[in-house]
Design a protein around this ligand. Structure first.
Ligand code: PEP
Ligand code: MG
Length: 573
């Protein structure tokens, strides 16, 4: 038995066998070949291997998850046998004397682009299927030993050096019971995705990958941040018990699903959820979310080979707005950069990606990308209660420039006879200290603020949010952070604006009493944190928390702040 400590990234207990995920290189290069026939035979062999693998997966899925879930693999089998895809690949090998993997990749990319530009959501989804099938054939052509995390079809715990946010987004929660990685922090994007998928996770362990073999029995304790490898029967029994206690607690919280969020002294605050894809809305509603406080649109741009078209984006935004049925939806414009990469943009490598060319900086420079997104949003605005938010704003000049581009696009659409809502609120993320300090000026021009503490903390403390070696400095409760939050809320309220928080701190049970006391209006968090937060807030009184916040602002260290909150002794803190 071996214990590895890490950062608790997504609550819950998972017990299953280890499945190690490594990332092979799918790069395809064009090669001239002499023996065209041998290349076609190679392609035929890869198609046959792919077919037999897919038939296997389909049969297992059918048996374990039912017919509906197995249909996806039936459609993959159809693509695999479709002469409209395979014949042009063979023709290309013959006419250009090129290698099979190149011919396949080029032909499939044309189909993927065609599907992506279709109007119907159904046909757009076919692009993802085509991408999956192509990868499977390429795996055999390139001789790679690789199972994509999205294909896992037995109950496992995924173990990896790191998982990209899009890897995490594709995990099938029916099979992936938990995951654990060597690197990453609680606010790295794979951890955030794990919470929205409700998969228990422990990240930043530094060495779990070296301590485990494929097939080892493992326990991932996402509550206390611990991984246990090859536990004894006794330990397994203890954790099965902990699993049940947690399930009971979740059941208890679920009674609050349709209740409003009220403090003990009758003050209502809004509990909203952070989402990454339209599918996440189901979790928001199941967990009693009153709004979407942050839709991270960058996931729409990931896991594909080129920028999503205006149509692809419009379909996604409209779908979220419609599913939320008039409840507020804050959509953040593209925040790419940092740990969220878009390989197809071919951006130069940077020394400090979190301080570099990202988010609004990139959008103001690459206005083609920005304007496409804004048009999609403006067109979707008539389908619900849309709020638009710009990320990483550092100066008022940036905000004004972004706003004027939005207004230009709106005027263009209206002139062309396209309807746009007249009630779109426009706000900014406060995640750069300069913006927090200048909140009084910003408050005169924006409709709302949403405090992005994930970044605000790392920039204020100069401690990389992804780096577990400096995680001791990543201090949400440091009075410096509390003072910045206080400045932002006071400045906004003086101008009659509302303030939300969409960083992970908004769902943190130690921070909530202070944030309530500081006057935060909207708390936006992972959907699974909403009900525990509602339960906690119902036991607190706003006026008591105002006194608590006042005291916290005058303390010297994060440790003192934690001790102060613990001293109030609500049973959920
Ligand atoms: C933040 O920085 O707090 C935030 C919500 O944005 P992200 O985590 O996507 O950087
Ligand atoms: Mg951020």
């Amino acid at each position: 038995m071996n214990n590895v400590k890490g950062i608790a990234a997504s609550a819950g207990i998972a017990i299953a066998r280890a499945f190690i995920v490594e990332h092979p290189d799918f790069a395809v290069i064009r090669k001239q070949v002499d023996d065209v026939e041998a290349e076609i035979n190679k392609l035929n062999a890869a198609l046959a291997q792919s077919r037999s693998e897919l038939e296997d997966i389909k049969a297992r899925t059918h048996e374990e998850l039912g017919e509906k879930k197995a249909e996806i693999f039936e459609s993959h089998l159809l693509i695999l046998g479709d002469p409209e895809l395979i014949d042009p690949v063979k023709a290309r090998i013959t006419s250009e004397s090129v290698n099979a993997e190149f011919a396949l990749n080029e032909t499939a990319t044309q189909f993927i682009e065609m599907f992506e530009n279709m109007k119907s959501a159904y046909l757009q989804e076919r692009a993802a299927d085509m991408r999956d099938v192509t990868k499977r054939i390429l795996k055999f052509l390139l001789g790679l030993d690789y199972v994509s995390p999205s294909e896992i079809n037995e109950e496992v715990i995924v173990v990896a050096e790191d998982l990209t946010p899009s890897d995490t987004a594709q995990l099938n929660r029916n099979y992936v019971k938990g995951f654990t990685t060597n690197i990453g922090g609680r606010t790295s994007h794979s951890a955030i995705m794990a919470r929205s998928l409700e998969i228990p996770a422990v990240v930043g362990t530094r060495n779990v990958l070296g301590a485990v073999q494929n097939g080892d029995l493992m326990i991932v304790d996402g509550i206390d941040g611990e991984v246990i490898i090859n536990p004894s029967d006794e330990i397994v029994a203890t954790y099965r018990n902990k699993q049940q206690v947690y399930a009971k607690q979740v059941e208890e919280w679920s009674r609050l699903r349709l209740e409003p969020t009220m403090t003990r002294d009758g003050v209502h605050v809004e509990l909203a959820a952070n989402i990454g894809t339209p599918n996440d809305v189901t979790g928001v509603l199941e967990n009693g979310g009153e709004a979407v406080g942050l839709y991270r649109t960058e996931f729409l741009y990931m896991g594909r080979d080129k920028l999503p078209s205006e149509e692809v984006q419009y379909v996604s935004y409209k779908s979220v707005l419609e599913k939320m049925e008039g409840k507020p939806v804050v959509v953040r414009t593209l925040d790419i950069g940092g740990d969220k990469e878009l390989p197809y943009l071919d951006l130069p490598k940077e020394m400090n990606p979190f301080l570099g060319y990202r988010a609004i900086r990139l959008c103001l420079d690459r206005q083609d990308i920005f304007r496409t997104q804004l048009r999609a949003l403006l067109r979707a605005s008539v389908h619900g209660n849309l709020r638009i938010m710009f990320p990483m704003i550092a100066t008022l000049t940036e905000f004004r420039e972004a706003k004027s581009i939005l207004e230009e696009e709106k005027a263009g659409l209206l002139a062309a006879g396209t309807a746009v809502s007249e009630h779109i609120q426009l706000g900014i993320m406060v995640e750069i200290p300069s913006t927090a300090v200048m909140a009084d000026q910003f408050a005169k021009e924006v409709d709302f603020f949403s405090i992005g503490t994930n970044d605000l903390i790392q920039y204020t403390m100069a401690a990389d949010r992804m780096n577990e070696q400096v995680s001791y400095l990543y201090q949400p409760y440091n009075p410096a952070i509390l003072k910045l939050i206080h400045m932002v809320i006071s400045a906004a309220h003086r101008e009659g604006r509302w303030v939300g928080m969409c960083g992970e701190m908004a769902g943190d049970q130690t921070a909530i009493p202070i944030l309530l006391g500081l006057g935060l209006d909207e708390f936006s968090m992972s959907a699974t944190s909403i009900l525990p937060a509602r339960s906690q807030i119902s036991k607190l009184s706003r006026s008591d928390m105002q006194a608590l916040a006042e005291k916290a602002l005058n303390l010297a260290t994060a440790e003192e702040v934690v001790a102060l909150v613990q001293s109030i002794g609500t049973d959920s803190v």
